[in-house]
Write a protein that binds this ligand. Structure first.
Ligand code: FAD
Length: 406
């Protein structure tokens, strides 16, 4: 079988599925190739985790018709509480003070996947799933992609190939694009927990000796926990009984939310800051985790990628040449998105390194910093803007301002 298309997206995870929705009003032929549909075991995007979406991401999802499908299960973050275990420094950021209802929303990844795929399947994109991209070859005015689906071998010809195929991107490897990796030597343990008291919409970022943790509010009383540990403790931590896990959590988090009652299934993820050396080669563009991966405690990785999605869709919508894979269009996209990508990676990385540093002078400085944050409204506003996705300092994509592309 042969399929001719304008844009072929490899990967229907959080990023690839969002891009397909963003491109829909542009009237282009879009194909999505995904090896694992949501709901199947091993699907890497839509697992037991929850994602904190900044206000800008909510606006993008609303503008591309995806928010409605997830709004019911989204828990608003009305406050952010940052603290350092056993030290004096802490800061509280309140959405109301910034003139907003919420800084963002927490959505379970399974619900996110269901909403994105419902949108995908009701839209105009062609979907090949389950199907795997085996190879890709640059041609003069396009890319040839070899796909194996359950029924067929499919030869796809596209003017633009988007690799949204995750952190171990096979397309990136085939193109020979290297990555720069800064290994944190840590793992993130993720679980849903139920505290004794209501979270009241507060998201907690806490820095304990074992590593930083984020406790995000979910609908009802539950919270989504992301807790980092040095890599060499991973086996031990994953073998803790529920009782031991809850005791250790209580000790690290304290009693702000009363006594933790229950913990659900736990899973773990290795942590690294990853950046591809290039994001576009020969009509192929790397997007999402294939292009960059961040430490999850600051909750910025997908939010950044969704702004990239909005930026790419805008570059394609505004291109007078009507060729989505034109090298000058891809170069424009890369140079526009670079500053937001750098600033967001720097913000996440600095947060982890400063708060992960056990040296006394650094601990003192960061606690003074937290005190400053608590006392200085302009500092709080700047941090809140970064958290919401408004801190790029560069031109914000139209979709991120809630303005449709067509
Ligand atoms: C513990 C944790 C918590 C996080 N929390 C947050 C948060 O709160 N906020 C936030 O903004 N970010 C968060 N992130 C980051 C976020 O999860 C990632 O940014 C996001 O998952 C990236 O999605 P992706 O679509 O690029 O990649 P993936 O999720 O890896 O999806 C890639 C897709 O491509 C498919 N695929 C791969 N190869 C092929 C092939 N050859 N053919 C066909 N299909 C293929 C895969 O099946 C998959 O569906 C967190 C990350 C972690 C680890």
């Amino acid at each position: 079988m042969r399929i001719d298309t304008d844009i072929a997206i490899v990967g229907g995870g959080m990023v690839g599925a969002s891009l397909a929705a963003a491109l829909e009003p542009l009237g282009l032929r879009v194909l999505v190739v995904e090896s694992r549909r949501p709901g199947l075991p091993g699907q890497p995007s839509f697992d037991d985790r929850s994602t904190a979406l900044g206000e800008v991401s909510r606006r993008i999802f609303e503008a591309i018709g995806c928010w409605e499908g997830m709004a019911d299960g989204a828990c608003p973050i009305t406050e952010i509480h940052v603290s350092d275990r056993g030290r004096f420094g802490q800061a509280r950021l309140r959405a109301r003070e910034e003139g907003r209802e919420a800084f963002g929303y927490v959505v379970e990844n399974r619900r996110l996947g269901a909403a994105l795929w419902a949108r995908l399947e009701s839209g105009g994109a062609t979907i090949l799933a389950p199907a795997v991209v085996e190879a890709c070859h640059a041609e003069t005015d396009g890319v040839r992609v070899d796909v194996t689906s359950e029924q067929d071998q499919v030869e796809v010809r596209a003017r633009l190939l988007v690799a949204a195929d995750g952190v171990r991107s096979g397309i990136r490897d085939r193109l020979g694009v290297g990555v720069r990796t800064w290994d944190y030597d840590q793992i993130a343990v993720v679980a849903n927990v139920e505290p004794g008291r209501s979270h009241d919409g507060v998201a907690y970022e806490r820095f304990a000796e074992s590593g930083p943790m984020a406790l995000l509010p979910m609908p009802g009383r539950r919270c989504s926990l992301v807790w980092t540990f040095p890599r060499d403790l991973s086996e031990a931590v994953l073998s803790w009984t529920d009782e031991r896990f809850l005791d250790e959590l209580q000790n690290a988090f304290g009693f702000r939310l009363g006594r933790f009652q229950r913990v659900g299934a736990r899973s773990s993820y290795p942590l690294a800051l990853v950046r591809a050396h290039r994001q576009s080669v020969d009509r192929t563009l790397l997007l999402g985790n294939a292009a960059h991966g961040l430490h999850p405690v600051a909750g910025q990785g997908f939010n950044l990628s969704l702004r990239d999605v909005a930026g790419l869709a805008e570059c394609i919508a505004d291109d007078p040449g009507m060729d989505p894979g034109a090298p000058d269009l891809l170069a424009r996209y890369e140079s526009w998105r670079q500053s937001d990508q750098r600033a967001t990676a720097l913000f996440s990385d600095a947060l982890i390194r400063v708060f992960g540093n056990p040296l006394t002078p650094v601990r003192l400085a960061r606690n003074l910093g937290l005190l400053g944050l608590e006392l200085l409204p302009p500092a709080r506003a700047a941090v809140a803007r970064q958290g919401m996705g408004l801190g790029s300092g560069n031109r914000i994509p139209r979709l991120a301002r809630g303005v449709p592309l067509a």
